[in-house]
Ligand binder design. Structure first.
Ligand code: F6P
Length: 328
C-alpha cells in the first residue's frame, strides 16, 4: 500500500467521463469530510481539462449545499483527450502544482482511473471513486449512478408495457452500458423482459429469441419486452430488423440513450456516494494513495489502482438464467 505521510493542506476533486447520478453526493461528502479534517478543497472544472488548464474553484461547506439530490455534476465533466498523450499528462501534473494541490480525488469510471494512474506516475497523489451508470468497474461491486440509471430504465420500460399491452405490440428496448451488460440484465429482470441480449454472448436468434417469443405467444402473452444492451452489435435497431424478417410481430424500437444518465439520484446512490466520499478522504488523511474506493462483499473498502484496473467484472450469468427462468 502506498503510504505518504506528507502533510495534506489542499485537495482537489474532479469528476470525469460520463456523468452519473450521485456524483454530486460524492463531491459533497468528500468536500465536507476534507474541510472537517482541516483541508482546503478545490473543485477542478471539466474533468482532467481543469488540471490541464489549472482551472479550479475553492469549495466551502456551503458550495455543496443542496446538491445531494441533484443529478449531473456541479464540477462539469469531460472525456479528456489530453490525458491520452504523455505531454498532456505532464501538463495536468503541472496543473496540480500550479493549483497548489497536495492530492486529487478522481470520481469516474475505468477511463478516468487510467488517467489517474498516469497522473500518479508523475508523482501526483490520487484516490479514485467508481462512478458510472455502466457498473463495469472491475474492482468494485458497485459504481455510483447504476441504481439511478437502472430505475430510470425500468420506469421507462414500465411505460412501454402500458402502450404495448394496449396495442398487442412488442418493444425492443436499447439500454446503455457501453460494452457491459450489467444495466441490461438488471433492467431485464426488474422490468419483466422476455429476452435480454448482452454483449459478448453468442446468440442463436431463432432458438434464443424467436422460439421464446413464440412460446410466450402460445402461453397467452399478447406483448413482450426485449432488452438489448447497446454493446450488442448493431444494437436494438439490428435486432428489430432481424425479428421483422423472421416474425410477423408488430414491434417498435426504443433507444433510452442519455435519459438514463440524468435525473434525481436514488437513495442507494446517495448513500453509496456519501460512504465512498468519506472513505476516500479518510484514506488521504491516513497518507494512503493510489487506491480505488470499492464496494466488496457489500462493505466499503479499497484496492490498489493498478491491481483494480486489472480486475474484470463478469456480466452476471445467474442474472441471465433468472430472466430465462421466469420469462414464459
Ligand atoms: O459510460 C457511461 C455511458 O453512458 C455509456 O453507457 C455510454 O456508452 C457512453 O457513456 C456514452 O457516452 P457519451 O455521453 O460520451 O455519448
Amino acid at each position: 500500500m502506498d503510504k505518504d505521510e506528507d502533510c495534506l493542506r489542499s485537495v482537489g476533486i474532479l469528476t470525469s467521463g460520463g456523468d452519473a447520478p450521485g456524483m454530486n453526493a460524492a463531491i459533497r461528502a468528500a468536500c465536507r469530510t476534507a474541510i472537517k479534517c482541516g483541508m482546503e478543497v478545490y473543485g477542478i472544472q471539466r474533468g482532467f481539462n481543469g488540471l490541464l488548464d489549472a482551472d479550479a474553484v475553492r469549495l466551502d461547506f456551503g458550495s455543496v449545499s443542496n446538491i445531494i439530490n441533484t443529478g449531473g455534476t456541479i464540477l462539469k465533466t469531460a472525456r479528456c483527450r489530453g490525458m491520452f498523450s504523455p505531454e498532456g499528462v505532464k501538463r495536468a501534473a503541472q496543473g496540480v502544482k500550479t493549483l497548489g494541490l497536495d492530492a486529487v480525488l478522481v470520481i469516474g469510471g475505468d477511463g478516468s482511473m487510467r488517467g489517474a494512474t498516469e497522473l500518479s506516475k508523475e508523482g501526483v497523489r490520487v484516490v479514485c471513486i467508481p462512478a458510472t451508470i455502466d457498473n463495469d468497474v472491475g474492482s468494485s461491486e458497485y459504481s455510483i449512478g447504476f441504481d439511478s440509471a437502472l430505475n430510470t430504465a425500468v420506469e421507462a420500460v414500465d411505460r412501454l408495457r402500458d402502450t404495448n399491452a394496449s396495442h398487442g405490440r412488442m418493444s425492443v428496448v436499447e439500454v446503455m452500458g457501453h460494452t457491459s451488460g450489467q444495466l441490461a440484465l438488471s433492467c431485464g429482470i426488474a422490468a419483466g423482459a422476455a429476452v435480454v441480449m448482452v454483449p459478448g454472448k453468442k446468440y442463436d436468434i431463432i432458438r434464443d429469441v424467436v422460439q421464446v417469443l413464440k412460446s410466450a405467444k402460445r402461453s397467452g402473452k399478447s406483448h413482450n419486452i426485449i432488452i438489448v444492451a447497446e454493446g450488442v452489435e448493431g444494437g436494438a435497431a439490428r435486432i428489430a430488423e432481424v425479428l421483422r424478417a423472421l416474425t410477423d410481430d408488430d414491434l417498435r424500437v426504443t433507444i433510452l440513450g442519455h435519459i438514463q444518465r440524468g435525473g434525481v439520484p436514488s437513495a442507494l446512490d446517495r448513500i453509496r456516494a456519501t460512504q465512498m466520499g468519506v472513505h476516500a478522504v479518510k484514506l488521504m488523511t491516513e497518507g494512503t494513495f493510489g487506491r480505488i474506493v470499492a464496494v466488496c462483499g457489500g462493505q466499503i473498502s479499497d484496492v490498489g489502482l493498478s491491481e483494480g484496473l486489472r480486475m474484470t467484472k463478469e456480466t452476471g450469468r445467474d442474472f441471465y438464467e433468472t430472466v430465462a427462468e421466469v420469462s414464459l
